[in-house]
Design a protein around this ligand. Sequence first.
Ligand SMILES: [Zn+2]
Length: 131
Amino acid sequence: MLKNLKPLFFENSFVPKLLSKFAPIRINAVSFFIFVFGRDKLTEMTKTHETIHFQQQLELLFVGQWILYVYYYLRNRLKVNSAMAYYLNPFELEAYAGQATENYLETRKRYAWWKFRKQYKTGGHSKKPKK
Ligand SMILES: [Zn+2]
C-alpha cells in the first residue's frame, strides 16, 4: 500500500548544508521526490517528519506539493518573517505535529495537511477602532 511506502534515506549528506545557505532556517534534513537527505545521522523523529513530507508529495504527485509548499510559504511571508513563514506552512505544521505522535504514519489520513491550513489565520483581526 502507498501509505506504507518510505523514502530512501541518505545520511551525512551535503544537500542540507548547501540548501541552508539559501533557506531561512538551518536545514537538518530535506525530503525531495523519493529521497531524504540528512545532514548527519537521521533520528527516528526526523525520519518520521521527512516521511510525512514524502507522503504529502506522493498524494500531490510530487510537483503539486512543491508548488503548494512555495505558495503557502509566500502567502505566510506577506505577514510574518521568513522563519515563521516556514514553520506556519501547513505541510510543516502537519509534519511537526505528526513527528511527535506515536504511530502517526500508520494512522495518518490522506491529505491530512489540509486541516492545518486553517490553524493559522492571516488578517483575521477586527478593524474596530480603539476607544
Ligand atoms: Zn519539514
